[in-house]
Design a protein around this ligand. Structure first.
Ligand SMILES: [Fe+2]
Length: 301
């Protein structure tokens, strides 16, 4: 089944802004553009990990999950079919465009587009960060984690846990404020988080990138003003995965959590429930209250 987040794709009117944001601020490397002029960012030896396609409006293009073995794609197809979700095998052309060997595509019950692939293309010893950072924690932990929001978190749990096999790491429940669940598929404490949001919409809130050094987080924090990057949550440390991080707005509505020091889980992990999201810090910036909580799309019914 799914073992990591391999890549992420979004569409955005500000795709060009990702060159400076990605290379100069995040410390990613610019890969060659995609055929449609998309900006492609590397954070390790994978061909690319983040792709931003030029478009009129911001939207999620795909969450790109990975399986370890070719046959696992059949298992995912079977489980989706049993749950009544239509999935399709991607063409050879699509696999080439995603720099993977094979993939399947489907849309989840909240309208989020997903791809599950095997055989992401790697080019060992080729990654050169865009600025002086020690690098990104990837490998078996994949690109990072994403937080999706939906009105019915129990339904979200049934789909991502029961159907797709994401394993519960813990819950954070702050009555009246936050109802979130965190799931692992590898050693990373969570690769997927689900949060409850108001009825009628679904939200892609943020992508977390984990840096290898606390100084990579500090130096990015130093550059917020120079790069005109709005901060969303101040520096802080999470209760559950213990990540030290801050959150900032990307050029494309969703946020990036620039993190360090997240804990790892194993097969013996026992899920916890926490009553707060932060040990300290992670204060919502007053101006961030006026921005959308991420890439928001209406639900079909
Ligand atoms: Fe996060």
């Amino acid at each position: 089944m799914i073992t990591s987040l391999a890549y992420l794709g979004v569409r955005s009117p500000r795709s060009e802004d990702w060159r400076r944001f990605g290379e100069g601020f995040l410390g990613a490397e610019l890969a060659a553009d995609g055929p449609d002029g998309s900006v492609r960012l590397r954070v390790d030896d994978a061909a690319w990990r983040i792709q931003v396609h030029p478009a009129e409006q911001d939207s999620v293009a795909y969450f790109g999950w990975a399986v370890d073995h070719e046959e696992d794609l059949d298992v995912v197809l079977e489980r989706l079919a049993a749950a009544g979700v239509t999935a399709e095998r991607g063409s050879a052309e699509l696999a080439e465009a995603r720099s993977v060997n094979q993939l399947i595509t489907f849309t989840d019950p909240w309208g989020f587009p997903h791809e599950v692939s095997w055989g992401q293309h790697f080019y060992p010893a080729t990654f050169r960060p865009g600025r002086a950072v020690s690098g990104f924690v990837t490998g078996t932990q994949g690109l990072g984690h994403v937080l999706l929001m939906m009105p019915d978190i129990e339904a979200g749990h049934r789909f991502f846990h029961d159907v797709l096999g994401f394993k519960l790491s813990d819950k954070i429940i702050v009555p009246g404020q936050l109802n979130a669940r965190f799931y692992h598929v590898n050693e990373r404490h969570h690769t997927l988080a689900l949060g409850q949001c108001p009825p009628g919409v679904a939200v892609f809130n943020h992508l977390m990138l984990q840096m290898k050094s606390i100084d990579d987080v500090g130096s990015a924090h130093d550059m917020l003003d120079e790069y005109d990057v709005p901060i969303t949550l101040s520096l802080g440390r999470h209760t559950n995965d213990k990540t030290f991080s801050f959150y900032c707005a990307t050029p494309s509505l969703f946020n990036i959590e620039v993190g360090f020091d997240g804990i790892e889980v194993n097969e013996e992990w026992v899920p916890y429930t926490y009553g707060a999201a932060a040990i300290w810090g992670h204060k919502l910036d007053p101006e961030a209250k006026n921005r959308p909580p991420g890439i928001v799309h209406p639900l079909a019914n």
